[in-house]
Design a protein around this ligand. Sequence first.
Ligand code: COA
Length: 176
Amino acid sequence: MKTAIYPGSFDPVTNGHLDIIRRASTMFDKLIVVVLINPLKNYSFSIPERVALLTKVTEGMRNIEIASYDGLLADYFKQRADIDVIVKGLRATSDFEYEFQMAHTNKDLNPRAETVFIPASANTTFISSSMVKQVAMFGGDLSKYVPAVIHEEISVKLTGEFEEKRRAAAKKRGEI
Ligand code: COA
């Protein structure tokens, strides 16, 4: 039995991530999608929120497990003897250098941690979580970028967050 792990921030999960999840889940007996933290990023969604969104969009996919971990991917890999390989998506050559560094760092930290790359499907190569968040903050149409079952949750959360930021900025300028 071959088990792969697909790590990421998933802030929030997009159709691009779902493309990789679907395709990887047909290549391995089991796929663990794990929400991790990049300490250099500011997140809009909490870990439980990101896990809940991933759980919703993968409902009905039988060999998927959703998990989260507050630590190094290499350590999570060490703790779970059932994991064979790390899967990452590559959208463009611009992803390559960062992903290459991460793959080598993970292998350096845990020699058992090999990474395989899956090329993103052509129609998802331009999607990113930041792009989705910007569109959502301005109330734009998310239907091509995010699974329909989570549109509303994402829109409500991000328009609310953006409104708060606008209000705080106006207050700072003394306008309210
Ligand atoms: N389709 C659409 N978007 C995709 C994508 C795909 N197939 N693959 C990646 N992306 C996007 C993400 O949405 C994200 O967009 P954003 O920058 O606008 O938010 C971006 O590409 C990067 O995504 P991700 O691969 O999740 O990178 P990350 O830097 O957010 O997180 C972790 C990387 C969490 C996996 C990494 O930091 C980690 O392993 N953290 C744990 C601590 C650790 O071990 N650190 C050392 C690692 S060397």
